[in-house]
Structure formats: C-alpha cells, structure tokens
Design a protein around this ligand. Structure first.
Ligand code: UDP
Length: 328
C-alpha cells in the first residue's frame, strides 16, 4: 500500500512516515517545509519507498496528483503551536480550513480513505474530566486569537463528517492530545522541548500563569501507532477518536520533573500569561482524554509514561546541544 502524508516532514508526520515504512507501506510526503524540516526525514529517505514533494496542501492541482497516486491519505498538514497561532492567525485559519477543503475534495474525487488529524483544543474551555468525543465544546471569544485554531479544526471535522454523511467517503478523525517526543521543536511554544532545553542549559524554566494548569502528554510513537491502526479499522469510519495519554501533570510539576530528570540546577519561575503571550490570552486549565473509544476500536492504550517521554526528549536534546550548540 502507498500512503500520502500531508505535513509528513513535520514532527508527528515524520514519525508516522517511519511507522508506515516499518509496517511495509510506501510513503509519499507532501510538505511545504514551512514548519516541517527535511532533516526530520533525512534518515529514512531512500528515494524508493519514501518520496518527498515540497509543495503546499492549498494547491488543488498538486494535491489531486498526490492523492491519485496513493491508496490512503493521512492529512496532518496544519499550522501548529500556540505561539504561531497567536502571531500568525491569518496563516493559521487559511491553511487549516483551506488545506482540508482541498484534501477532502481530492479524496472524494478519487474515493480515497482519509484520516484527518484534529486536536483536543476543539474541546475548548470545558471543565469536564475526561473529555469524550461526544462532549459539548466551549469556545472563548473570537477576539482571543487562540480559539481560531480550535474553530478552524472544528470546521475541518464538520466538513469531513459531511463527506461521510453525504457520500460515505471513508473518513476518520483523530483528536490528538498534547503529543510530544524527540524532534519536536520548541520554536512554536510547545512546553516540553522548551523546558528540556532550558533545563539542559541550566537556564530559568519558564512556567506560564500559576503553573497549576495541567496537561496529559502522549509519546509520539504511541500516537502514530494509533493513527496507522485507525486507518486500518473499518469500524472507525465516520468516527471521531481521541488519541493521547491520560497521565495528568501540572505544568509546575512538569517543570520540576524535567529539572530533576535532567539533573539540572535551573530555577523554576512563574511568568504571567500577559507577559508570555501578550494581552487577552486564554489558557485551558485541564485537559484529559477519555481513551475508551480508541481502546474499543483499535485496542489502543498509551504504552510510554511521562518518565519515558522525558527520558527520550532529554536524550535527544542532549545530543543536539552537543552537536549544534545552544539554540533558542
Ligand atoms: N507553557 C509554559 N511555559 C512555556 C510554554 C508553555 O508554562 O515555555 C504552558 C502553557 O501556557 C500551557 C502548557 O504549558 O499551559 C502547555 O502548553 P503548550 O503550548 O505546549 O500546549 P497547549 O497549550 O496547546 O496544551
């Protein structure tokens, strides 16, 4: 089988490419290298089983060509990272809504099964623990740019489900909770690579807000296994499925664990949200996935706990700091 991965040079996409190659599939990656990096694929690109097309997912001609040449489509291309979303809202909305529209149209034309990656952000500010797929969504005001990401992704979900409803196009939607692991860049604000780099350089670890907000971090290798399994699961068609890990940690607790596991002498400091993201920022207090549906459909369970995740990221960043020297 040959799979198209849009955004396949990104953090999650490149891990998915590895997973599919290991399972015996061929892979075509479409990525404009805006946030993706060729280095993410360097080790596995052999010019035979993995092919890279550098272009945008917003171009229907290119996307049609790629979809036609492949059997299944994983749509991962998207703006990511709270920092990028706050700083470049036009790009965020246009690339998410426009890109998914183009991909779904092409999949409908050639009748290709398609997996759309969505996000736990779509649950918004709901306080229910854990979040399950049928829960209501609570969004902040449209003046708070952060929510543009959640709303754009929710529209992607609506469109995918509309294709399923109207023409039984095989679609599945994966809602990814905080996904982390080696090769994730801290450039767009993600907390784990940021804390790990700060700790390894004995710099101040910057916890935003009061640090009592919490998250659940999933190892990218668990997540991409789930994505590949969902594509192969006929019962998952027309469904939305959470993927992540349900081990919860406060952000202050995370900072301390990173510092201790890295053997660092960094100080942990609290930074007000306004100072971190500018005025009018809204954070989510807690975000825990209900993983029962994923377990039922594909036998999914997260196998790598936070301790393993941190170990992997610390080892990766340590190697990179030694080779590249300190980075931002
Ligand atoms: N965060 C932090 N320090 C940082 C980067 C992020 O305290 O240097 C916080 C952020 O405010 C949020 C949590 O860590 O409460 C997770 O942030 P991230 O951007 O990784 O993911 P998301 O907010 O999308 O869950």
């Amino acid at each position: 089988m040959r799979a198209l991965i849009t955004g396949g040079a990104g953090f999650v996409g490149s891990w998915l490419a590895r997973e599919l190659l290991n399972r015996g599939d061929d892979v075509l990656v479409l990525d404009d290298l805006s946030t993706g990096r060729y280095e993410n694929l360097e080790e596995i690109e052999d010019g035979k089983r993995l092919e890279l097309v550098v272009d945008t997912v917003n171009d229907p001609t290119i996307v049609n060509e790629c979809v036609k040449r492949t059997d299944v489509v994983f749509h991962l291309a998207s703006a990511v990272g709270v920092r990028l979303i706050i700083d470049q809202p036009v790009r965020t909305i246009e690339s998410i809504v426009g890109g998914t529209e183009v991909v779904l149209k092409a999949c409908a034309r050639y009748r290709r099964p398609v997996l759309i990656t969505s996000t736990s952000e779509v649950y918004g500010k709901g306080s229910k623990i854990p979040f399950s797929e049928e829960d209501d969504r609570i969004m902040g005001a449209t003046t708070k740019r952060r929510w543009s990401y959640a709303c754009a992704k929710a529209l992607d979900e609506f469109l995918a489900l509309a294709y399923w409803y109207e023409s039984r196009l095989p679609v599945v939607i994966a809602r990814l909770f905080n996904t982390v692991g080696p090769r994730q860049t801290g450039q767009y604000g993600m907390v784990v690579p940021t804390f790990v780099r700060q700790a390894l350089q004995n710099e101040t670890i910057t916890v935003y807000g009061d640090g009592e907000q919490s998250r659940c971090f999933g190892h990218v290798r668990d997540i991409v296994g789930g994505l590949a399994d969902l594509m192969g699961c006929p019962q998952a068609r027309g469904e939305i499925v959470n993927l992540g890990n349900d081990e919860e940690v406060t952000i202050r607790g995370l900072a301390e664990r990173v510092r201790d596991q890295a053997g660092s002498s960094s100080e942990v400091v609290l930074i007000p949200y306004d100072q971190a993201y500018g005025e009018g920022f809204d954070d989510m207090r807690r975000r825990v996935p209900d993983l029962q549906k994923a377990a039922r459909l594909i036998g999914y369970r997260p196998r790598r706990p936070l301790a393993t995740i941190l170990e992997d990221v610390i080892a990766y960043e340590r190697r990179h700091l030694a080779v590249d020297g300190p980075r931002g």
